[in-house]
Ligand binder design. Structure first.
Ligand code: IP8
Length: 268
């Protein structure tokens, strides 16, 4: 019988130092790879990993406004600089896993899909499906993407997951960030901000309207856009989504093993 599919994102703000351009946090990558290995060894699920861009993607993207498109001849340089940088971060993860005999197969979204005004509209994920069948764990990432309207843009890992989940119907989608989940107010500015533990059709609109877009350098839109895409995914695949703190050791492992952690759970 086919195993359920889980998607897990490891956020760029966890695996990179967001204050220093193209600086990874190798210790955190190692820890998260170990957590995923331990959970996967216990088995029972197929997995696709995605990694955010952190200081490899967002800083250069913002410098060149790559998310806005081909605005000038410099945009071509920016588009490729972002792609090269996020591919390098992805390679670091693949290499760290390889050292542990854990086989992540990288798929650059820019090579299998394209977008129209920042939404992926066409692509071929059959190599990803085949890779799983052959025993690899595919890893995708937020990337520069050819865009039919803008020329190029930046798409987030969540947007790549959304496209994959339309065709593969995951059972669980875990978004690992640097906070415990979605808060009713911005936790950086409000000490009384409270974690919203459950989001579903009853409160999605009110939560989205009180959730901020990106405050830091984040060209893909911060928590608001993460939540909005995640909700769309759980609705279309009738799955459960989790927004959780991947900085806290053990959280990703526990979620993969269906153990309880403090986080935001998202249902249709
Ligand atoms: O960190 C965007 O992916 P995200 C990555 O998942 C780039 O939002 C290229 C800035």
């Amino acid at each position: 019988m086919a195993k359920p599919l889980y998607l897990v994102k490891i956020g760029g703000s966890v695996i990179t130092d967001t204050t220093r351009i193209t600086t990874s946090r190798k210790g955190e990558i190692l820890r998260l790879v170990d957590e995923i290995i331990r959970a996967k060894e216990k088995g029972g699920f197929d997995l696709i990993i995605g990694n955010g861009g952190g200081s490899f993607g967002h800083i250069i993207a913002k410098q060149y406004n790559v998310q806005e498109g081909l605005l000038s001849s410099e945009s071509y340089r920016g588009a490729l600089m972002v792609h090269e940088a996020v591919s390098k971060l992805n390679s670091e993860i693949v290499d760290i896993a390889l050292e542990k005999n854990f086989y992540l197969f990288p798929f650059a979204p820019s090579s299998f899909a394209y977008s129209a005004d920042r939404r992926i509209v066409e692509g071929d994920i059959s190599p990803i499906k085949r890779a799983i069948e052959k025993g690899f764990i595919p890893i995708v990432y937020g990337d520069t993407m050819i865009d039919s309207q803008r020329g190029v843009t930046i798409i987030s890992t969540e947007e790549v997951f959304r496209f994959i989940s339309m065709q593969m119907k995951p059972e669980k989608i875990i978004v690992g960030t640097e906070v415990d989940g979605v808060f009713d107010k911005n936790p950086d500015e409000n000490r009384d901000a409270r974690l919203v533990e459950k989001i579903n059709s009853d409160n999605i609109h009110s939560v989205l309207s009180s959730t901020d877009g990106a405050k830091k350098i984040d060209v893909t839109g911060g928590m608001k856009s993460k939540l909005s895409i995640l909700y769309e995914m759980v609705k279309s695949s009738n799955s459960t989504g989790y927004i959780a703190n991947a900085n806290t050791p053990g959280v990703i492992e526990k979620l993969l093993l269906s153990e309880k952690v403090a986080c935001t759970t998202v249902n249709p």
